[in-house]
Design a protein around this ligand. Structure first.
Ligand SMILES: *[C@@H]1O[C@H](CO)[C@@H](O)[C@H](O)[C@H]1NC(C)=O
Length: 446
């Protein structure tokens, strides 16, 4: 009787194991959660995934081969880099140095030119360093691109901002805050300084009273006056949690009949306005924001390749799939087609590979499912043997206590492995801040 019950429970467990638990949100790169987070259907859709059969040494050798001739074989680079996660590319760079005695970034810099060089170098650079470079670029030369500063600093969580601040100093020998203060002024300068302190509330519970306190303070006596006194607005944008800020935006729109973007546009002008608009939009709905950024980079004559590269590099392992959908919805056009019209050569192929859902994705998904399936089958077989086969072969009653304990131990360890696999695959922990998702690997691959 007990054994039959065990069989039923075991079978139920092994069947449920096949389907796995739903994937919760994970936010590699410590970014703003999507506006729809929490709703059942919402799922972040990256376009670049870790390769499931990954051999860093082989990749390093292939790249080394590709650099041998007088001209680098760029198709080899395109066939490797966009089909690995950033974390995997960094391992390849490690192996490259170890076995070929050269920094892969340096090699790419020497062998490639133009946008192909920029995008390839970025692809083997840790995210905080990439962000530092984007910030530096946005501040360099005459004029500053304020929107890029707030896009990055409003759109990342505390841990990432701390990493960026540290990388910036290591790389450029200067403090990010000092550079921001030098390049901006007034309300926006104060917002940026607050943002680099990385003191945002990261609890995800929204307190209604605190929301209404902020709304009352921002909409003082029925008037918005952020231009003269931006301090409360800055505090809200830099210190409150993302869900809290969204609620404040919503309440403000309800009271004023205007979208938060229009409100900040009315209050500020020129660069300051651009900075605030990017900040509120990236917090309000990051996917829509980036769709718009892409569209702007490609509209009219000429293309802002720096922007295309920035979006491709920073969002591909987070939500580039959602950004593509948002783009399609808003502009009724395919972002990939637009990119292909605007770019050329290997650079075009590289961008296409990043924006297209890579084949690795299905491979990655199937790989994980196969592993779960194998476990489930193993578990079912064990149960079957225990309940049906074993009693026909030996007199189980004699061995009863021992066999039971042994068998239960086996089941428990299998279930435990299964659980660990689930946690590794679906856990909300950032197993690897750089790459985000980490494939579940039960069976060694090579
Ligand atoms: C580049 O490498 C690919 C794959 O190894 C090969 O098929 C192609 O002929 C090479 N192209 C050049 C220009 O060497």
């Amino acid at each position: 009787m007990a054994r039959v019950a065990l069989l039923v429970v075991g079978l139920a467990l092994s069947v449920s194991a096949q389907y796995g638990v739903p994937k919760p949100q994970n936010l590699p790169g410590g970014t703003v959660p999507p506006a729809q987070a929490g709703s059942e259907q919402w799922l972040l859709k990256p376009t670049v995934f870790p390769a499931s059969r990954f051999d860093a040494r082989a990749d390093a050798d292939l790249l080394h081969e590709a650099f041998k001739g007088p001209l680098a074989n760029e198709s080899v680079i395109v066939s490797i880099l966009p089909h690995r996660s950033l974390a995997q590319r960094l391992v390849i760079a490690d192996k490259y140095k170890k076995y070929h005695g050269k920094d892969l970034r340096e090699e790419l810099k020497e062998e490639l030119t133009g946008h192909m060089e920029d995008i390839s170098k970025g692809m083997v650079t840790p995210l905080p360093i990439q962000y530092s470079k984007f910030l530096k670029d946005a501040m360099e030369g005459p004029g500053t691109t304020e929107a890029e500063l707030t896009e990055i600093l409003c759109g990342n969580d505390n841990a990432m901002i701390r990493d960026i601040v540290q990388s910036y100093t290591e790389r450029y020998g200067k403090r990010l805050q000092a550079d921001l203060e030098g390049e901006t002024s007034g309300a926006l300068e104060r917002l940026l300084v607050l943002l680099v302190q990385a003191n945002r509330d990261e609890s995800y519970l929204v307190n209604n009273q605190k929301v209404s306190d902020d709304v009352v303070a921002l909409y003082n006596g029925g008037k918005v006056n952020w231009h003269d006194d931006p301090s409360r607005l800055n505090q809200v944008l830099a210190l409150r949690s993302f869900p809290h800020i969204r609620r404040v935006f919503l309440e403000l729109s309800r009271k004023t009949g205007k979208d938060i973007k229009d409100l900040v546009e009315e209050q500020f002008s020129s660069g300051t306005e651009d900075g605030y608009v990017a900040c509120v939009r990236v917090i309000q709905d990051p996917q829509k924001y980036f769709a718009k950024v892409l569209n702007k980079a490609m509209e009219g004559l000429g293309t802002n390749d720096k922007t295309l590269i920035r979006v491709a590099l920073t969002r591909s392992e987070i939500d580039l799939g959602n950004i593509k959908e948002a783009y399609q919805q808003k502009y009724q056009r395919s972002v990939i087609k637009d990119i292909q019209e605007e770019t050329s050569g290997s650079y075009r192929n590289m961008l296409t590979a990043i924006f297209e859902l890579s084949a690795a994705e299905s491979e990655y998904e199937t790989g994980a499912r196969t592993e779960r399936m194998q476990l489930a089958i193993a578990l079912s077989c064990l149960l079957f043997c225990y309940v049906v086969v074993l009693p026909t072969l030996i007199d189980v009653e004699e061995l009863h206590p021992l066999v039971d304990i042994y068998f239960l131990g086996l089941c428990a360890s299998l279930l435990y492995t299964l659980l660990c696999c689930h946690i590794a695959e679906f856990g909300t922990e950032h197993f690897d801040k750089i790459s985000g998702t980490k494939p579940c690997k039960l069976l060694p691959t090579s």
